[in-house]
Design a protein around this ligand. Structure first.
Ligand code: HEM
Ligand SMILES: [Fe+2]
Length: 748
């Protein structure tokens, strides 16, 4: 295919996919389970108002939201999924109430009579009693009574009842997480509504709830609907079919990419970094610092999994609750990865165009200051929010958004977006002369610029929901940011940046590399854009979302199946000439990135991806396996590789201490592998079995998670974590050593 044709295909894929993504987005808006004006009993007592539910959502967000357990399967792993937990407890209590109404005690009844009450329970709990005209949900007095009991139970946990000390410890929830009765009552109204969504039949669809019968719980008739099996099967067939096509295409069109005539010397050896390129060095130091802080936040978070309220006896949860350490851990991961990429963009732009725009250094320095303000400001805001020092509105603006991966308060979000746009401007103005040239690697450069534009602008999707926006809608936009980043534009960025650097080094043939990159971008985005819906199977969305999400996200795996070619090509490059030795570690990072893309994103991602799989295992430790192996494995390691590349150019004259950086590289990768395979994965698999056999609530319960076996498996994180931590520390020591000299060797 010609370059022009490839561009046309790419445009068609992007426009078509976004049209469908938006079309079904509108469908989600139209079919959401409403937040009612009020919930009343049949005898007219008001149980909760719509405003209570909305405020309750804000209370839940302020304590850390998705970083303390989860709702609809989205969130953290130590505490339960509140929607599933509430629902199961509600069902058990309601069985007792229904029997009591007939003067009987449920637990003393014979099987057949118990079965009768189970039927009555399902009939009552699944029926959609929302009156559209008055926007009122009507429930029985028995159900209202049960909900009041549950409200008391949750108040005991989230406030300060000594009876719950042990359970709080198991959930890593500090006492007085919620500080007033009023706030607690509202959060209960929200939990109750979130559970109602999971069990109420969608209008016109008897037997299928708003969440496609998620969470699995046979007691209340939540079993997978047939669509789940159907679309799971089809998604696997889609994947196989497209892999077949791709192999054929590859065999037919594969062009040799590695150059026949390799340069005799490093083409970048004599490049003199411009002042603005040199100004990016401090970004790298900040990345090094953030890596360390992120790692410590992770160690603390993992430790809360085994000692829920303290750190080796010190009552850490009073100062730094799990929800804060986890939020910092996740946010800092995104921050340091983003910072290393931003620095790369700023470094590469003047390097490729040979042009240093006026005031570029000033711009790079201002952006640096702005980034520091956003990073430390947002982390402080999250702490203030979770410590309950902010009101509903201030928490939304400055504190904790409650949504995983976009935890920043709204003001920080806006400032970050402004920073990203400033970054784009700085980069593009330096790149312009190169972009205008009609020859050379203009296509690669254009694609690089486009992925940078997309990365910056798509962060803006996170502004599409407000303080009290319906959860289903907030989830839709949240995944526009998170999914479209990691499975869309980041993949493009990663592919193009590697090819771009290698062509600049004269190692790849320009035309072949351009074709390969454009082609992979088309396939990534063909699956990746609509693949967004794989996060929304059970988030109160229509069935079409599930069907589209399942089939298109399966296509995301197609390019990953062939990623071994790329890995091997990178390996060949690392051996191709003598001078390339200087780039050994950036190239090894690119190879590692391919490995993790295959294992972490491809295998661990697809393992949880078919709807019937995710139905049972959404939000179990299998997701943690995937999250770590993909986010750190692919983009973290890429960030490290890019830093190594920049450092090569910033310290051009001397060889490196290969031992130090080598140990850092291997320990980091092996540590990650050990951590996910000997601890997280076995926990995830055991949880999956529990979820399939007993129900989702059980797989997340303290009852199951606190067995000796689970404890041992959680402790088994330590060896992997230690290797990874040492690896990262050596990396930082290496970076410092470039300044002090211990990382430098003989003259090059
Ligand atoms: C390098 C690319 C990828 C990265 C960085 C990545 C990262 C992530 C992250 C951070 C999460 C959230 C984990 C959490 O909630 O704690 C996630 C969830 C998920 N990912 Fe990926 N992912 C990638 C590729 C893929 C691919 C290729 C698939 C499959 C087609 C996939 C399927 C999923 C699914 C189904 C979930 C939802 C799991 C749940 O809600 O429990 N991911 N991913
Ligand atoms: Fe995704």
């Amino acid at each position: 295919m010609t370059t022009k044709k490839l561009w046309t295909w790419l445009a068609a894929v992007i426009i078509g996919s976004f049209a469908v993504l938006i079309f079904y987005g509108v469908d989600i808006y139209r079919k959401i389970p409403p937040v009612p004006d009020k919930v009343v009993t049949t005898d007219g007592t008001i149980v909760a108002t719509g405003q209570d539910i909305k405020d309750g959502q804000n209370v839940w967000q302020s304590i850390g939201g998705q970083t303390v357990g989860s709702i609809w399967g989205h969130g953290a792993y130590i505490a339960p999924d509140w929607s599933a937990d509430f629902l199961h407890r509600e069902a058990l209590l309601l069985l007792d109430e229904l029997a009591k109404k007939d003067g009987k005690i449920y637990k003393d009844l014979p099987d057949d009579e118990q079965a009768r009450y189970k039927v009555l329970l399902k009939r009552e709990i699944r029926k959609n009693t929302l009156d559209e005209a008055t926007q009122t949900i009507v429930i029985s007095p028995e159900r209202a009574k049960v909900q009041a009991e549950l409200a008391e139970y949750y108040a005991k946990i989230f406030m300060n009842d000594a009876e719950m000390n042990q359970l709080r410890d198991h959930y890593a929830i500090p006492k007085n997480t919620v500080k007033t009765e009023e706030r607690m009552a509202k959060m209960n109204a929200f939990f109750s509504w979130a559970a109602w969504v999971c069990i109420t039949d969608r209008p016109g669809d008897t037997g299928i709830t708003y969440t496609n019968n998620w969470p699995h719980d046979e007691l209340i008739g939540n079993i997978p609907p047939p669509s789940l099996h159907l679309w799971s099967g089809l998604s696997v067939l889609m994947l196989l079919g497209c892999v077949g096509l791709l192999v054929f295409y590859h065999a037919k069109n594969k062009e040799e990419e590695i150059s026949e005539e390799l340069p005799l010397e490093d083409p970048l050896r004599n490049m003199k970094p411009t002042p603005s390129m040199r100004a990016t060095l401090k970004y790298i130091w900040v990345v090094a610092l953030l890596i360390l802080v992120q790692m410590f936040a992770g160690v603390i978070t993992a430790h809360y999994g085994v000692e829920g309220s303290a750190f080796y006896g010190f009552p850490l949860d009073e100062y730094l609750p799990q929800s804060v350490s986890r939020s910092w851990h996740v946010q800092l991961a995104i921050f340091w990865i983003a910072t290393s990429w931003l620095a790369t963009g700023l470094y590469i732009a003047p390097a490729v165009s040979g042009y240093e725009p006026k005031y570029q250094v000033l711009g790079v320095n201002i952006l640096f200051g702005a980034l520091l303000i956003v990073v430390f400001g947002s982390l402080a805001g999250q702490w203030l929010g979770v410590m309950q020092k902010l009101g509903y509105v201030d928490n939304f603006l400055w504190g904790h958004s409650g949504y995983e991966y976009v935890e920043l308060g709204r003001i920080w979000q806006i400032l970050l977006l402004v920073g990203l746009i400033l970054w784009l401007i700085l980069m593009v103005r330096a790149l312009l002369p190169a972009l205008k040239k009609k020859d050379g690697d203009r296509h690669l450069l254009l694609l690089f610029t486009l992925s940078a534009v997309a990365i910056a602008l798509f962060y803006g999707a996170g502004l599409m929901y407000g303080r009290q926006t319906h959860m289903a809608i907030a989830e839709y936009w949240r995944w526009w940011v998170v999914h479209l980043w990691v499975e869309g534009f980041f993949e493009v960025f990663a592919t193009v940046v590697a090819a771009f650097l290698f062509t600049r080094l004269g190692l790849l043939r320009l035309k072949a590399a351009t074709h390969a990159v454009l082609f992979s971008t088309i396939i990534f985005l063909a699956g990746g854009i609509l693949g967004t819906f794989h996060h929304l199977y059970f988030s109160a969305t229509p069935t079409a979302v599930l069907a589209l999400g399942a089939t298109f996200s399966a296509l995301e795996i197609v390019p990953l199946v062939l990623i071994g070619f790329e890995a091997y090509q990178n390996y060949q490059i690392s051996k191709s000439t003598k001078w390339i030795k200087a780039y050994k570690w950036p190239i090894y990072c690119f190879i590692a990135m391919c490995f993790w893309n295959f294992l972490g994103a491809g295998i661990f991602g697809f393992a949880i991806n078919p709807p019937i799989a995710l139905y049972y295992i959404q939000g179990l430790n299998t997701t943690a396996v995937h999250g770590h192996a993909a986010l750190f494995g692919v983009y973290g390691i890429l960030g490290i590789g890019l830093m190594m590349f920049m450092l090569r150019g910033l310290y051009p004259d001397r060889e490196w201490n290969d031992k130090l950086i080598g140990w850092a590289f291997w320990l980091t990768n092996i540590g990650l592998l050990v951590m996910v395979t000997i601890s997280l994965l076995p926990i995830g698999i055991m949880q999956s079995v529990a979820s399939i056999k007993e129900g989702y609530w059980y797989a997340r319960s303290a009852e199951f998670m606190q067995t000796d076996m689970m404890h041992t498996l959680r402790w088994l994180r330590v060896p992997g974590d230690i290797l990874l931590a040492i690896g990262e520390m050596l990396l930082v020591i290496f970076i410092i050593g470039l300044k002090t000299g211990w990382s430098l060797k003989d003259k090059r």
